[in-house]
Ligand binder design. Structure first.
Ligand code: OGA
Ligand code: MN
Length: 289
């Protein structure tokens, strides 16, 4: 297995691993160590299919159900369809593409759930000829850049993450009644720590609506400042997808966003699975900080 860094702050290309076959214990241990260290791993030219993706995902922990279908229709599915193609292979309606526009804001997957996603895995089957990249940035590297007084000021703060808030920024009808009923704001520590490496990081993104105990305008300023710090241009890795790419990333400490593409002109079909975090991040931060 060969590991080549993709960006000086995070990310690595892994070669010599075939994800269509179950990984042996040793190889899996190396991949597991690499994701904790690099936060994002790219595997190219993979002959991926859903069963293999689910199998690979399960090696890291429990599957997280895809939340749009779960909260929107009460159905549990584990493969999320990302892009503009439905399960039958047809292009989806413009409205659904619109609701996916939320992915174009910097975010950490399902930070709006009490137990947020640990890892997301995206496999590319069809990619647009232009656009449709995904950008990543490290909230761990950003923490390391912060000055001591800012670190002290934010160390114990709690962010309120709210899916309804982030989606209705795009449009009021981006969420349905069921989502409004079942998706409540949740509290997440603003500073998290990786339990394996001990590294600290910011935990911000588009779902953060408020900071507990802070006036709204001051909170919005702070959230923006921290997101800007994480995503300053020289710290962003932009992934240009190729068919057969599989990327796994660590939502505990990376932000990501989609770059948009011409959904009328091009097809984009990616399958996403997620690993559930192993305990609420509030408890995790308190236990290890
Ligand atoms: C995701 C996501 C962005 C993209 O799959 O979680 O945010 O580029 N995707 O599709
Ligand atoms: Mn996402």
């Amino acid at each position: 297995m060969l590991i080549e860094p993709l960006h000086e702050e995070f990310g690595a290309r892994i070669s010599g691993v075939d994800l269509s076959l179950p990984l042996d214990v040793q190889t899996f241990a190396e991949v597991d160590a690499a994701i904790n260290r690099y936060s994002m791993l790219l595997f190219e030219n993979q002959a991926m299919y859903d069963a293999a993706q689910l199998d690979f995902t399960c090696r890291f922990g429990q599957l997280e159900e895809e939340h749009v279908t779960y909260y929107g229709q009460g159905k549990i599915v584990y493969i999320g369809l990302v892009g503009n193609i439905d399960a039958t292979g047809e292009k989806v309606a413009a409205r659904q593409i619109n609701s996916a526009r939320g992915n174009e804001m910097w975010h950490s997957d399902s930070s709006f759930r009490e137990i947020p996603a640990m890892y997301s895995i995206l496999a590319a089957y069809e990619v647009p000829e232009e656009g449709g990249e995904t950008e990543f940035a490290s909230a761990r590297a950003a923490w390391q850049r912060l000055d001591e007084s800012t670190r002290e000021q934010i160390q114990d703060l709690v962010g309120i993450h709210d899916y309804i808030y982030s989606r209705t920024k795009i449009s009021e009808d981006a969420v349905n009644d069921s989502q409004r009923t079942f998706m409540h704001p949740v509290r997440q520590r603003l500073v998290r720590q990786n339990p394996v490496t001990g590294d600290k990081n910011l935990f911000v993104g588009s779902h953060v609506k408020e900071i507990e105990g802070m006036p709204e305008s001051k909170a919005r300023q702070l959230i923006k400042r921290l997101i800007d710090e994480v995503t300053r241009p020289q710290s962003v890795y932009r992934h240009r997808w190729r068919i057969g790419d599989v990327v796994i990333w660590d939502n505990r400490c990376l932000l990501h966003r989609g770059c948009g593409y011409d959904a009328e002109k091009y097809r984009r079909r990616m399958h996403q699975t997620r690993v559930r975090g192993w305990c609420p991040s509030i408890a995790e931060a308190f236990d290890t900080a």
